[in-house]
Design a protein around this ligand. Structure first.
Ligand code: ZN
Length: 397
């Protein structure tokens, strides 16, 4: 009897702060669906304050209450749920003691302020951000201006409808598929990336021009943005009306991408965006999703055989510069390296972070890091290294 009572008490205390919410999930075919899911590890019975994540709105430090309006609850619950999945992946599957030891991460929804290294939040009027997401490094604050220290945070920007006429796109009559195909077929991959980036970045004024600074430290790999757009159930209507927007807190792959930045930050500093740091985050976003459909799409994307496919898949000097931070060349490369490595590929790419930094060059340190990691970890280093060298050669590296 005593044991029975104890069991009941334990069950009650353990489940007290698990609660069901509707979240955005992916269907088997990778479409956006809504599902009721029990959120785990909540430390509060009335707000999104958990053991590992606290979800707040804007600049507030109070967790979002369960009594908020439905659209905010959907975003908070979706972010909380997918962040928990991503954390579990790194803590358990990658066996990351760094992730297990991390302090609680504050996650901000609907925050449009730019990040300021000194002030945490830049001034409200300083080029507000929409339709993207960002992971920021910790800061010590400024006592003289009453700004307290903060830890690593993930920010999801508010979504904002952008009309095609405010974006420099020549042919506005195509729907998304047409646009995507046209850009894929005729123009460099980078132009397509820039095109999509323009859609989801600031775009607050007419004749908006994308600057390099705007492109820094924002979620931004072609494939994931494209998939995010495609998976939105309203996608066709949306594009016919020529309006674009993205609620990044509702896109599982973007959530995984941002958490991956946190999980990899023991070696990859969060200060700025480079092809290496973005490519690494995207690799894990793709793996955490555990979707065979997504994997198939990535494979197809990597081996895209349209016009100029060869050139698009091959290394170019421009990939090294920040201007091309949104390139997904590194992502494609890592994915293919994983295919060569085989079974232990996720551990392999995770270990690779030790050999590189945010500022590593692709042709230099990344290539060396891949070969060195193989020497240490590949099951058949001699033959696997030959296969990797073949792949690197094929990529013109
Ligand atoms: Zn990123």
């Amino acid at each position: 009897m005593k044991t029975f009572l104890l069991l009941i008490i334990l069950t009650v205390t353990q489940s007290a702060f698990a609660r069901k919410f509707v979240v955005v999930e992916r269907s088997e075919s990778n479409k956006q669906i809504y599902q009721s899911i029990e959120l785990q590890d909540l430390e509060s019975s009335h707000s999104f304050d958990g053991k590992y994540f606290k979800i707040v709105k804007g600049k507030s430090n109070e967790a979002i209450s369960f009594n908020e309006e439905e659209s905010l609850l959907l975003k908070a619950a979706t972010a909380y749920y997918h962040l928990t999945l991503a954390r579990t992946y790194f803590a358990d599957e990658m066996n990351s003691s760094y992730v297990r030891g991390l302090e609680k991460v504050t996650v901000r929804l609907d925050l449009s302020n730019q990040f300021s290294e000194l002030g945490h939040f830049a001034h409200d009027n300083n080029s507000p951000q929409f339709n993207n997401a960002l992971t920021i490094p910790e800061g010590s604050g400024l006592a003289s201006r009453n700004i307290g220290p903060w830890g690593k945070e993930i920010w999801f920007r508010p979504s904002k409808k952008v009309h095609l006429s405010t974006i420099d796109v020549k042919n506005t009559n195509h729907e998304f598929d047409g646009l995507a195909k046209r850009f894929r077929d005729q123009i460099h991959m980078q132009t397509f990336t820039r095109f999509l980036s323009q859609l989801v970045l600031t775009a607050t004024q007419d004749n908006y021009v994308l600057t390099t600074e705007d492109a820094l430290r924002t979620v931004g790999v072609t494939l994931f943005l494209e998939l995010a757009y495609r998976s939105q159930d309203t996608v066709n209507r949306m594009f016919t009306r020529k309006w674009y927007w993205l609620d990044s807190a509702l896109v599982p792959e973007i959530i995984y991408h941002e958490y991956s930045h946190i999980a990899l930050s023991d070696h990859l500093e969060l200060t700025h965006s480079t092809p290496v740091i973005e490519g690494m985050a995207d690799y894990f976003a793709g793996k955490i999703a555990k979707s065979p459909t997504l994997a198939k799409k990535i494979k197809k994307y990597n081996t895209f055989n349209g016009k100029d496919a060869q050139r698009k898949n091959q290394y170019r000097m421009e990939f090294e510069t920040n201007q091309w931070a949104n390139t997904d060349f590194v992502f494609g490369l890592l994915w293919q390296v994983g295919d060569v490595v085989g079974d232990e590929q996720e551990q392999f790419i995770y270990a690779l972070r030790r050999e590189v930094t945010t500022d590593s060059t692709i042709r230099g340190q990344l290539v060396e890091g891949i070969l060195k990691t193989c020497k240490n970890l590949c099951d058949d280093p001699f033959n696997k290294r030959i296969q990797l060298l073949k792949l690197l050669h094929f990529k013109k590296l």
